[in-house]
Design a protein around this ligand. Structure first.
Ligand SMILES: C[S@@+](CC[C@H](N)C(=O)[O-])C[C@H]1O[C@@H](n2cnc3c(N)ncnc32)[C@H](O)[C@@H]1O
Length: 271
């Protein structure tokens, strides 16, 4: 990859920090640029636990996807705000359980598509598209989505660590409702979201840094996050700090140290 003086790298502007690049840095990845690292280090100065949060967030996705593929029998996944490829990607977890599982990754950062080409298999069970959560119909109607996802069959939509990049003016509840309505009965909605509730000072410092990125962050309260599950039935253990969502092993992490609330909901089969 080459970067010129204007900060353009292979047609991608690298001078403005992005959520995808900063998150990659927290996870110890190498798909980040100097602007991402500078901003990420400022977040870490305000909230050092963000590295633990990023790791716990990934572990939550992996447990949720494993549950969906193994116990719930889900074979199609739409992962919106999927981020740069990392270890234990959704298609790897799902296809380890069910080789025929299909995954469409969606992100509005073009770097994600550029970096994810290798994920698209010859068998065409995995696709990556550039689209914006703020336009759910563009995601639902995208030819690559339609090629892999059968909306008449149960599926899972993942909105993991992305809804806090949608501000109130954009009406994230209407967006989630549109996505939920597109899913067949018996489908699942996986949502997690940053909340400032347990650590208002740290969260406030981190939010301040994100203000200068392409998409500022909005922290929401438990009640506001719970509303994203309207119309689906929240599975046990409900909406919890993510380390407490069906942990595989005992951990000494205090769940609220990871100020991300998450849960999995199932769309009822009868209204
Ligand atoms: C913190 S990362 C989370 C990645 C992954 N979901 C995870 O939890 O590991 C947030 C991702 O959401 C993407 N994103 C932010 N706003 C978005 C939007 N409006 N539409 C689609 N993707 C968005 C960012 O580019 C970034 O890759």
């Amino acid at each position: 990859m080459t970067t010129d003086r204007s900060g353009q790298s292979d047609g991608i502007d690298t001078s403005v920090p992005t959520a995808a690049g900063m998150y990659d840095y927290y996870l110890g990845g190498r798909d980040n640029f100097a602007a991402d690292r500078r901003a990420a280090n400022k977040v870490l100065a305000a909230a050092p636990e963000v590295i633990l949060m990023a790791r716990e967030n990934r572990a939550f996705i992996q447990r949720a996807v494993r549950f969906l593929a193994r116990e719930a029998g889900i074979r199609q996944f739409l992962d919106i705000g999927s981020g740069l490829p990392t270890q234990g990607n959704v298609h790897e977890i799902a296809q380890a359980e069910a080789p025929d599982a299909r995954v469409v990754y969606v992100d509005n950062d073009p770097k994600v598509l550029a970096r994810s080409r290798l994920l698209t298999t010859e068998a065409k069970t995995t696709s990556v598209i550039t689209a914006d959560l703020r336009d759910p119909d563009a995601i639902l109607d995208h030819p690559e989505t339609r090629a892999l996802i059968d909306f008449d069959q149960p599926m899972a939509i993942l909105l993991v660590a992305v809804l806090h990049f949608i501000d109130d003016e954009t009406d994230p509840y209407a967006i989630v409702a549109r996505l939920r309505d597109a899913m067949a009965p018996g489908s699942y909605l996986v949502v997690n979201h940053a909340t400032a509730d347990p650590r208002p000072d740290n969260a406030g410092g981190a939010k301040e840094v994100y203000r200068n990125t392409r998409y500022p962050a909005t922290h929401r309260s438990r009640e506001q996050i719970e509303r994203f599950f309207d119309g689906v039935h929240l599975l046990d253990p409900g909406l919890v700090f993510v380390p407490a969502w069906r942990p595989d092993t005992e951990t000494d992490i205090t769940p609220e140290e990871v100020w991300i609330l998450g849960g999995v909901g199932r769309k009822p089969t009868v209204d």
